[in-house]
Design a binder for this molecule. Structure first.
Ligand code: GLC
Length: 501
């Protein structure tokens, strides 16, 4: 019996509202015939999107995944010709070094000759993810630099043809994920490609926008040494064929994680969507495909959504273990296991997924502290994971004084993580007639009071302390009261599984 309606924000007329809004928007901006074309595209998309219901549900149930950013940028590791990212410009994340240092394409491509990650161990990475309690892995098949981390027949700028390493790391990881029962997905930078993507259609978009008096944002485009082909030629000859070959080489992709759509037109984003759907109709696609054509939402990088933020789609926050996605040799600002748990609880109690990134070094090794912190988190997940997997948002997500909303990678980097978490702080998740109350700190006397589980919340039948057993309790008008045993190792708090009549 489902006695707790999980909080969802679906509206019955969502589809109609979206289509009408889309139509009006396009009509105002681009005229009648364009509006008709886009409305029919939106309808076509809606049908495909709705057919992915089960795939999206299993994605939501998984809740916790691993992101891997790995490419040639791991070689400079955030330092180019003696200068650190911060001395050269923004963004400070290491995989952006080519743009920030304005490195010409030819010079950058020479990095491939040095790429020999002999310490890469796909099995160890998949096992790290598994032990951390993660259920899926998404790895960069091609980041903004344009270099393919798999054996691409479309472009020789890839890990097999252009490096001394000569191995397809995606194929290795795909196999390892199968072995450990993890879902596998790929990240693909479809719009930005500093090697072959010209200027990401900046000039042509600007010409059109200038006539309308609109501003054109070139963020991410290669304006220092753009390739001479047109952007459309890049799409037709590289990006779309590479996505096709990835779908063929890895016939069981959980998701394709597109990124930074920039100035992409609706038809272009839609072409990627359809390309994926044609080969693997159950592969889900994130919102960064652009033009609102994603199956699930990404609130932002390292962003904890605000309490009142509403999502019509399933969503996933992606986060870093330090402050960079790609390996950054001098960034030692590692999020502690405690902080990681805070992020996980903030996100899952609000109903989202959390995908946490590792950035292997150029030799393929995973930074020691990154692995250690994930292992620590894994210990918590082993005992308490059932409060995370397959759960939903309850009407109350958290009680207690701790409150810190982080909105971006940059914010976390500059402000750090300053938060007092007390034993009064409790997060909630729910599944059918069960509510989980999750605390990161135990009171020293073991006396627990959970206000939100007072008599008004329904009649509690049983309370179980995960990893321990059934506890006696008293449910009063103002709160749920109980004593928990206080062994010395309860440093990571506790989880109560409360079952209702
Ligand atoms: C941003 C960055 C990128 C990173 C990504 C992860 O869009 O451009 O470097 O891959 O976020 O979410």
């Amino acid at each position: 019996m489902l006695i707790f309606q999980p909080v969802t924000f679906k509206q019955p007329y969502k589809t109609i509202v979206i289509i009408v809004a889309w139509y009006i928007y396009t009509l105002l901006n681009n005229g009648y015939s364009e509006a008709i074309a886009q409305t029919s595209m939106q309808k076509e998309w809606q049908k495909m999107h709705e057919s992915k219901k089960d795939a999206l549900k299993s994605f939501q149930d998984a809740r916790f995944g691993m992101f891997i950013h790995w490419g040639l940028y791991a070689i400079p590791g955030g330092i180019w010709k003696g200068k650190k990212m911060e001395e050269m410009g923004v963004p400070n994340v290491a995989e952006w070094v080519q743009l920030v240092a304005k490195i010409p394409r030819k010079e950058y491509a020479e990095l491939a000759g040095q790429f020999n990650p002999v310490n890469f161990n796909a099995d160890a990475i998949a096992s790290l993810a598994k032990n951390a309690g993660m259920k899926y892995i998404v790895i960069t098949a091609k980041h903004h630099e344009g270099f393919a981390m798999y054996h691409s027949k479309v472009s020789p700028f890839n890990i097999v043809d252009a490096t001394p390493y000569n191995r397809d790391v995606l194929a290795d990881l795909y196999k390892a994920c199968k072995k450990y029962g993890l879902d596998f997905g790929i990240y693909y930078s479809h719009n930005i490609d500093w090697a072959d993507g010209a200027d990401a259609q900046y000039q042509e978009t600007k010409l059109l926008n200038d006539k309308k008096g609109a501003v054109t944002d070139p963020f991410g485009a290669n304006l220092w040494d753009p390739s001479q082909n047109t952007f459309q030629a890049y799409l037709d000859k590289k990006a779309i064929p590479q996505v096709e070959e990835l779908l063929t080489s890895f016939p069981d992709l959980k998701c394709i994680w597109f990124d930074m759509p920039g100035l992409m037109k609706p038809g272009q984003s839609f072409q990627f969507y359809k390309t994926v759907y044609k080969k693997q109709p159950n592969t889900i696609i994130n919102q960064r495909i652009g033009n609102q054509l994603g199956d699930y939402d990404i609130p932002g990088d390292n962003k904890i959504p605000e309490q009142q933020e509403k999502f019509d789609l399933p969503w996933e926050t992606v986060g870093t273990l330090n402050n960079s996605w790609g390996y950054k040799s001098y960034d030692n600002d590692w999020k502690s296991p405690q902080e990681l748990l805070y992020w996980l609880l903030e996100i899952t109690s609000k109903g989202g997924n959390y995908m946490l990134n590792i950035g292997p070094a150029a030799d393929g090794s995973v930074p020691v502290q990154a692995a250690r912190n994930l292992e620590e988190l894994g210990k918590w997940m082993k005992i308490n994971g059932e409060a995370v997997y397959g759960t939903q948002r309850w009407k109350i997500t958290h009680e207690g004084p701790a409150s810190l909303n982080i909105g971006s990678t940059e914010q976390r980097q500059t402000e750090g993580f300053k938060l007092n978490i007390s034993s009064e702080d409790i997060w909630f998740t729910c599944r059918n007639s069960t509510i989980y109350a999750i605390a990161m700190k135990s009171p020293s006397d073991g006396k627990i009071k959970v206000k939100s589980l007072n008599q008004g919340s329904g009649k509690i039948k049983q309370v179980e302390l995960l990893g321990y057993g059934i506890l006696k309790f008293e449910q009063r008008a103002d709160a749920l009261y109980l004593d928990i045993p206080t062994p010395a190792d309860r440093s990571q708090g506790y989880v109560l599984k409360t079952t209702f009549k």
